[in-house]
Design a protein around this ligand. Structure first.
Ligand code: MN
Length: 490
């Protein structure tokens, strides 16, 4: 590739950053990082034969497109320098300062893995969570780095393609999901899916456009009718878009595998949906009411994620309704801020004029909890099992009698609930009411259950049998701790 093209890519990066409202003076640091990266990677090539510098440039471009601060973008430009070149972290610190050097140090630590198989997998996850708890920005750079590697996977041998795609699908994508970064999650999943199941991927690629076209036509009519109803009521909206899962092949593939759907596209109601963005929360609820006046809602499919956000911060109202012209269809209603958060997750904290805000401690609490647990778990196998349960399994929301939301992995029991709320509650638990009914402690909780724990203040220690009943690693480790303590003192 002639150097003119590289210069062009760099100019594009500067343009993206200017659009994020940075001045030429602000951008000096990015210029410096580019000069350093170019020198360091001079003469290096990727396996594809292209100059190495194209990779950090693409990584930085993605970070800029996410609206992330300049330090992160600059770190993206030099992220492979200490590992792959003669330049060291010290050189980066001298030229670009300690903040950027710190970020690159975090990435470099994630770099090499000496293990194989399950050991490699577990070690990878452990390192990732430690890095995230030290500085959550590191994972953002890692996502961009990984996305570009996936985009250029064609150049690698098949065996390596599969390993990288699998790791991306099983480790990176669920973490992106847990951080609410649905746009990044979608890209990671689809790029990996293409290499892991090429036949299924191509098939969806072939049949989907036709399906969409049909649905889109039907939805246009609905859209007009809804728009008119909202104008008549003088409800202002920012935007009403027909939103399709046009590109989200992997989630579609997963849905089609489900028994009740059984490859039948007609049963995927959110294949295409109408998304309405309106300035205020009150507006969201008004619109939901109007939609239900126009169309009959399907029971149990009305979801209020505004009042009760998902654990990853996702907020929206969702409803699925019957329509004469388009059959069953889904609506999503949200404010512009909720929309940012729904697409970009924690990255939304930095972007869009809120440059000084950071993700709250509460948002990141689960990462620190996980790092604490993993210190206690020696066996990689056990670690993987528990992590899969706590992070990568679907979450349910249950409520305390006061209406506080507690999120737990699917199949959790009142014991898990009690320990999630407070150790005191767990250790002294003697019974539970689920939705006001006395229930056994091994009852599997369901979304929306209201759980009340009955305690005996004189109870000294948990029942050792609970180790079998509890599903979460948090409850198990707290039970073990309490049992050990009473052993010591007795
Ligand atoms: Mn890289």
């Amino acid at each position: 590739m002639p150097s003119g093209l590289i210069e062009e890519k760099f100019q594009k990066l500067l343009k993206t950053l200017e659009n994020n409202n940075y001045s030429a003076e602000d951008l000096m640091i990015v210029q410096e990082a580019f000069i350093l990266a170019q020198k360091a990677h001079q003469g290096q090539k990727r396996i594809s034969g292209r100059p190495y510098i194209t990779h950090p440039l693409a990584t930085a471009e993605k970070l800029a497109e996410l609206g992330l601060p300049l330090a992160i973008v600059a770190a993206g430009l030099v992220h492979d320098v200490p590992e792959d070149t003669d330049y060291s972290l010290k050189d980066i610190e001298k030229k670009l300062g300690s903040e950027i050097a710190g970020l690159v140090a975090g990435i470099t630590k994630l770099g090499t893995l000496k293990y194989r198989g399950i050991e490699r997998y577990a070690e990878n996850l452990r390192k990732m969570f430690v890095a995230m708890s030290n500085d959550i920005r590191i994972i953002l750079i890692k996502f961009s780095d990984r996305l570009h590697n996936l985009e250029t996977l064609d150049a690698l041998p098949r065996e390596k393609q599969i390993r990288i795609a699998k790791e991306s699908l099983e480790i990176y994508a669920p973490i992106a999901d847990r951080l609410g970064m649905s746009q990044i999650q979608r890209e990671l999943e689809d790029l990996s899916f293409k290499y892991l199941k090429p036949r299924e991927y191509r098939q969806l690629e072939k049949i989907l456009p036709e399906k969409y076209k049909i649905r889109e036509k039907q939805l246009e009519k609905i859209k007009k009718r809804v728009a008119k109803a909202l104008t008549d009521r003088k409800i202002s909206i920012n935007k009403m878009t027909i939103y399709g899962r046009t590109k989200h092949f992997y989630s579609l593939h997963q849905k089609l595998q489900k028994k009740e759907i059984n490859q039948d596209f007609e049963k995927i109601y959110d294949l295409i949906a109408l998304r309405i963005i309106t300035p205020t929360v009150a507006g969201c609820y008004s619109i939901l009411g109007i939609l239900h006046e126009l169309y009959k809602p399907i029971p149990d499919r009305i979801k209020d994620y505004i009042a009760q956000p998902k654990p990853n911060g996702y907020q929206s109202l969702q409803t699925t309704v019957f329509t004469k012209t388009a059959g069953i269809m889904e609506f999503q209603i949200r404010t512009p801020e909720m929309h940012q958060k729904a697409e970009f997750g924690i990255a939304a904290h930095w972007s869009y004029k809120k440059n000084n805000s950071r993700p709250s401690k509460q948002d990141l609490k689960w990462i620190n909890e996980l790092v604490e647990w993993q210190k206690k778990i020696q066996s990689n196998k056990q670690f993987l099992q528990e992590v899969k349960l706590d992070i990568f399994q679907n979450q349910i929301f249950v409520f305390t009698p006061q209406g506080d939301v507690i999120s737990l992995p699917e199949k959790s029991t009142p014991i898990d609930f009690a320990y999630r709320v407070h150790t005191f509650l767990g250790d002294r638990c003697i019974g539970a009411k689920v939705n006001n009914q006395m229930s056994r402690l091994n009852t599997e909780l369901k979304n929306g259950d209201i759980v009340e724990i009955i305690v005996d203040k004189n109870r000294q220690r948990p029942n050792p049998d609970w180790l079998e009943i509890a599903k979460t690693s948090m409850a198990k480790s707290k039970i073990r701790a309490a049992l050990n303590k009473t052993k010591d003192s007795g």
